[in-house]
Design a protein around this ligand. Structure first.
Ligand code: 13P
Ligand code: SF4
Length: 302
């Protein structure tokens, strides 16, 4: 099937099944363009919780589809590629966090949304990269444990001087960024402003002119008077940046900024997801209700 026919079929099936397509900014441009909503993990969770459609096709990774199911249990949630996961989410397990909680009952568990439903169920509150600073301010005077991203956790701990332990997880692509790469790019593009996602190591984040979630980075380039940027996050975001600011110049910090799991999904997978109702994501009800509390607490504080 050619691309135009496939896009037409996706739009036809979407109406027939009363479905909505959500796509994260790290998906391929073609998928972002066919989606009803494109955004960061917080925005897409909000859309998932509010939609009146019967089916949510989540072009992203597993924890995102799972979050949609936790927030919208009556909807059918489909993840087009079953294997699309987030390695960082798997770096904290239910068993290990349970043991930690037993040994450290005084610590409030703050959980990055890049985590499994079972880990969210053990947590007091979730955060995403776009609301982490706002949410954490409500817990500033408490002993905390942040799971699983050591980089975003260290960034928060450093900025707000928190009594916070940090789980040793990381994002495989952002964690590889370093000052050498940044300095090389800065010397190649002397007029460019450097912007980065806070999943990068703290020294890289501190070297940036601006740090923020994918949506935060996009808003920043749209609102900035500057017109040249070195972008330190997954390259999919450049699709929206170039669309929103066709006259600005964007350089990806390194070509390695491609999330393997995000890029597993193709337009054909989105089409097949709608056609065959695959692959449905479910969450056990007792886990879902506990995980819902952590997500709902986040939504109320953000
Ligand atoms: P955002 O919350 O900025 O969308 O980030 C999600 C993610 O997976 C970043 O690596
Ligand atoms: Fe996970 Fe990193 Fe991919 Fe985001 S970019 S989904 S944190 S591996």
């Amino acid at each position: 099937m050619d691309k135009i026919t496939m896009i037409n079929e996706i739009n036809r099936l979407k109406k027939e099944k009363n479905a909505v397509i959500l796509a994260h900014y790290y998906q391929d441009g073609d998928i972002q363009d066919v989606a009803d909503y494109t955004g960061d993990s917080l925005y897409l969770s909000q859309i998932a919780s509010e939609t009146d459609k019967d089916v949510i096709v989540f072009a992203g990774v597993h924890f995102m589809a799972e979050t949609a199911k936790i927030l919208s249990p009556m909807k059918k949630v489909l993840l087009p590629v079953k294997e699309a996961g987030c390695p960082m989410a798997d770096m904290v397990t239910y068993a290990k966090l349970k043991k930690y909680k037993r040994e450290n009952p005084e610590r409030v568990i703050v959980c990055y949304v890049n985590s499994t439903a079972k880990v969210k169920a053990l947590s007091d509150v979730c955060v995403t990269s776009s609301n982490a600073e706002k949410v954490i301010k409500h817990y500033q005077d408490k002993p905390l444990m942040y799971v699983p991203d050591k980089n975003l956790g260290t960034y928060l701990k450093d900025k707000y001087d928190l009594d916070m332990e940090v789980w040793p997880g990381f994002c495989c692509i952002h964690n590889n960024l370093n000052l050498k790469i940044v300095n090389e790019m800065k010397s190649l593009h002397k007029n460019a402003s450097f912007i980065v996602h806070p999943e990068a190591p703290l020294d890289v984040v501190k070297a940036a002119d601006f740090a923020g979630s994918t949506k935060g980075l996009l808003n920043h380039v749209i609102n900035s008077d500057l017109n040249e940027f070195i972008v330190g996050t997954e390259e999919g975001i450049l699709h929206q940046m170039k669309k929103a600011c066709p006259n600005k110049i964007f350089h990806i910090l390194t070509p390695d900024l491609r999330c393997y799991d995000m890029k597993l999904t193709t337009l054909e997978d989105v089409y097949l997801a709608l056609k065959e109702d695959q692959f449905e994501v479910n969450v056990e009800e007792d886990i879902r209700t506990k995980a819902f509390i952590a997500l709902d607490t986040m939504m109320k504080l953000s």
